[in-house]
Design a protein around this ligand. Structure first.
Ligand SMILES: [Zn+2]
Length: 385
């Protein structure tokens, strides 16, 4: 028997004006037929899966941004060149960085694209190249506030479709903490940071007050690889993205474990992008290193790194059911969540379709598709259905 939630039932009832859904009339007795039709894709989505789906890892930008380099008078800040309809070039100084499409800034278009994959909610954050941790702290603060305000307005306008994470000038802990307090008030529920901060590891004491504030303010943290190690030495074959990014994420996790950040802040809720990069696939090596050379590894934290599995969250961006199965075994389904890295080509562009196709218990899928993300973000399911 098919069960519908109230909101799903209402939508189906409204949708039933469409001839394409007359088939539902046998499923839904005594309903009216007077509202405008929904798109077929949406109806198919509602029918196929009642489950709430939250994409925990997506990126967004404002359509228009100031030219920060001109405004501040230095530096290769990112700016956008809208060179043709529906497309823009991200420029770093005078260097072309990446072409993006309107689904990078158009909230309505994004919602429509997500309907095709039965996914109702997007957690949005900026693109890591926007972090600008190298800039003067007050300039980075101004840029961060611009991006955070944009996301704040978005989540206020679309409270059921978008959840927002902010960015802060990590190079200045005091400014960062003030911005965390400010952006929490405009509706952002977490912070996205890079896997390193100007090449410094996340366990450096100077960053600790920021993590401490996130724990105190009940803000989630997402760690995203960027500024990849070895980038200049491996330009060919997209190696910074294919080799450097997974290594960066493992660097971040190892730094936070061995540096004692998790032990000192047990209530801090951290998610690592791309299923934790190469950390989980190499946990055996990392644990063995901890055991055989404690003089090198266990100098700041005596706890075995394997004990931290399931303490932090990872997304599902593996592109590989076998690997996701392994990640689930290590982390448990409550610490793995749907993520896509939308709208970029290296992401899971079918938004978790491979997970739907996996032979997993319904409860496990429900954890991946929504429960894990809700716990990470400290949000309630009822607010999205
Ligand atoms: Zn990403």
């Amino acid at each position: 028997m098919i069960k519908f939630s109230h909101s799903t039932y209402d939508e189906l009832t409204r949708a039933s004006h469409s001839a394409s859904v007359l088939v539902f009339s046998c499923l839904i007795p005594n309903h009216s037929f007077f509202a405008p039709p929904l798109k077929n894709s949406h109806i198919a989505g509602l029918l196929k899966l009642e489950m709430l789906k939250i994409d925990s890892h997506t990126h967004i930008l404002p359509k228009k941004m100031p030219n920060w380099s001109e405004k501040f008078g230095y530096g290769d800040f990112i700016y956008l060149q809208h060179h043709k309809k529906g497309f823009a070039k991200m420029m770093r100084g005078n260097q072309f960085f990446r072409e993006i499409k309107s689904n990078c800034w158009d909230p309505q278009l994004r919602i429509e694209e997500y309907e095709q994959f039965n996914t109702q909610v997007q957690v949005v954050c900026t693109i890591p190249v926007m972090f600008s941790y190298w800039a003067k702290p007050l300039d980075c603060l101004a840029l961060s506030q611009f991006l955070n305000d944009h996301i704040g307005k978005l989540v206020a306008k679309y409270p059921k479709q978008y959840i927002g994470l902010g960015t802060v000038p990590m190079q200045d802990a005091e400014l960062s903490v003030k911005e965390l307090e400010r952006f929490k008030k405009i509706g952002l529920v977490g912070l996205q940071i890079g896997s390193n901060i100007n090449d410094e590891n996340l366990n450096e004491e100077r960053f600790f007050p920021i993590f401490e504030a996130c724990e105190r303010l009940n803000l989630a943290v997402m760690v995203h690889p960027w500024n990849m190690m070895g980038e200049k030495k491996m330009q060919r074959y997209w190696l910074p993205w294919l080799v450097g990014m997974p290594a960066e994420t493992s660097r971040a996790i190892c730094s936070m474990i061995f540096g004692g950040v998790f032990s000192r802040l047990p209530k801090l809720r951290v998610m690592f992008a791309h299923a934790g990069g190469s950390f989980l696939p190499t946990i055996g090596r990392i644990e063995h290193g901890f055991e055989c050379r404690p003089d090198l590894v266990a100098i700041d934290n005596p706890i075995n790194p394997r004990n931290y599995l399931g303490q932090f969250w990872v997304d599902s961006v593996t592109h590989d059911p076998l690997m996701l199965d392994y990640v689930l075994k290590l982390q448990g389904s409550k610490r793995v969540m749907l993520g896509s890295d939308y709208p970029f080509p290296l992401g899971d562009l079918e938004i978790g379709k491979f997970i739907e196709d996996m032979n997993l218990p319904k409860k496990t899928k429900e954890d991946i598709f929504c429960n894990s993300a809700l716990e990470w973000l400290n949000l309630n399911k009822k607010d999205f259905i």
